[in-house]
Design a protein around this ligand. Sequence first.
Ligand SMILES: CC(C)(COP(=O)(O)OP(=O)(O)OC[C@H]1O[C@@H](n2cnc3c(N)ncnc32)[C@H](O)[C@@H]1OP(=O)(O)O)[C@@H](O)C(=O)NCCC(=O)NCCS
Length: 312
Amino acid sequence: MRRCLPWADAPSAAMSAVFAAEAARWRDRLAWETAPLWPVLEHARLTRTLPGFVLREASGAVTGWTYAAVRDGELLCGALSAPDIAGTAQLLDGVLALPEAGTSTRIVCFAFTDAPDLAAALAARGFLLDPHEYLTRPLAGAPAARRPGRAWDVRDLDATAELFRASYPAGDPGRPFAPYSRPAEWQRYVADLVLGQGCGRFRPSLSIAVPGPGGTLDAAAIVTDLGAGTAHLAQLAVRPGLRGAGLGAAMLASLSASCLAAGFTRLSLLVGASNTTARRLYARAGFTPCAWFVSATRAGRAGETRRESTAA
Ligand SMILES: CC(C)(COP(=O)(O)OP(=O)(O)OC[C@H]1O[C@@H](n2cnc3c(N)ncnc32)[C@H](O)[C@@H]1OP(=O)(O)O)[C@@H](O)C(=O)NCCC(=O)NCCS
C-alpha cells in the first residue's frame, strides 16, 4: 500500500537515490549540472525548512516526491515527480493541504511535464496553465558576430529591472515571476538571476546591456553557466519601440559566438509556448525543444480572502 508522507520523515538513503535520479534527468535531458543543489535541498528537508512529500511504497521505496517553498507570501512548488496519475494527484493534494497554502496569496508550480497527467491534474485543481518549452542548440560553428552594446555590469541592475518591466505585459497573474509588474518584483527577479544559483551561475561578461537614453537600457541579455558545457540564456529583452529591427537576433548571434569562444558547447533557454515572437526568433537561430515544463498558478487562500475583502 502506497502512502504520501511528509518528506522530512523519509530515510536519507531513499532520498539520495531520488536526488541522484533527478540530477541524472537534468543532466541527460537539459545538459544542466545540478549536483551542487541537492545537498542544499537535503539540508532544508532534514531541518524541516521546506515542506514536501514523498510517495512511499510498501517495499519502502520512494517513487515520487515534491517540495514547496514560501517566498514573498507565495507558495512555490519547485519539482513534482510521480510514477502514475494517482501519485501525481496525491502529491498535488498534499501541497494544497499544507498550512502554507492557506497563508499564501498565490500558489505557483513549475515542473517537468513528465509526472503522469500533471497538466490535467493542475487544471482540475483550478490552476492556470502556461506551458513552456526548453530549447537547446549546439554552438559549434556559430559565426563571429559584432556585439550590440557592451558587457553587462552590476551597475545595470536597476536599469535591467526597468527594461524587463517595460518589456513584459503590465499585469499577468499567470506569470511565474513579477505577476503584478511592480518595480520591486522585477528588481527581485533580476537580483535572483544575477546573484542566485537557481538558473545557473551568472556570467556578466557573456551577458549584454545595450545602453539607451538617460541611463536606461534599450535591450539586455542575461547569460548563465549551467555546467556540463551549457550556457543558458536566462532572459532576453528589447524595449517595445525598438523591436522588429533585428536587435534581438543580433544579441543572440553575438552571445552565441562569445559563449562558443568561452568554451561552451551548447546554448539553452526556456520560452513560454504562447510567446510566438520569441519562439520564431529562436527557431530561426536553430534551437529545437528538448523538454517541456508546465508553469501553473492559482490564487492561494490568502489571495482569495484578500480579493474578496477588496471587492466588498
Ligand atoms: C523576443 C524579443 C527579444 C525579440 O526582439 P527583436 O529585437 O524584436 O527581435 P528581431 O528584430 O531580431 O526579430 C523580431 C522580428 O523582427 C523581424 N526583423 C528582424 N530584422 C528586421 C528588419 N531589419 N526589418 C524588418 N523586420 C525585421 C524578424 O523577422 C522578426 O519577425 P517575426 O517575429 O515576425 O518572424 C522581443 O520581442 C522582446 O523583448 N519580447 C519581450 C520579452 C521576451 O519575451 N523575451 C523572450 C524571453 S524567452
